[in-house]
Design a protein. Structure first.
Length: 77
C-alpha cells in the first residue's frame, strides 16, 4: 500500500485499511444485534447501513487504488 497525506500528517494506507475494516466489523455486529431486537429502530438501522456502505467504499478505494505515478509507470512498461 501507500502513504496517505492528510493535512500535515502521513498515514500508512495499510494501517488506515485495518482501522476501516475494524469499523466495518463493528457496524456488522451492531446491525446484527439491532435486527435481533423485537422492534429495531429503523432510523438507527438505516444510519448504520449508510455508514457501513461508506466504510466499504473507503476500504475498496484503499485496497484497489494505486498512486497515479505508479499507474503511469506500470502502463508505460
Amino acid at each position: 500500500m501507500t502513504i496517505l497525506n492528510i493535512g500535515n500528517e502521513a498515514f500508512n494506507s495499510a494501517d488506515v485499511a485495518e482501522k476501516v475494516q475494524s469499523d466495518i466489523n463493528f457496524l456488522l455486529a451492531r446491525i446484527a444485534h439491532l435486527q435481533q431486537q423485537t422492534n429495531p429502530n429503523p432510523v438507527v438501522l438505516h444510519t448504520y447501513y449508510e455508514m457501513l456502505e461508506s466504510r466499504k467504499a473507503v476500504l475498496n478505494w484503499l485496497v484497489h487504488e494505486q498512486p497515479s505515478s505508479q499507474r503511469v509507470a506500470q502502463s508505460g512498461s
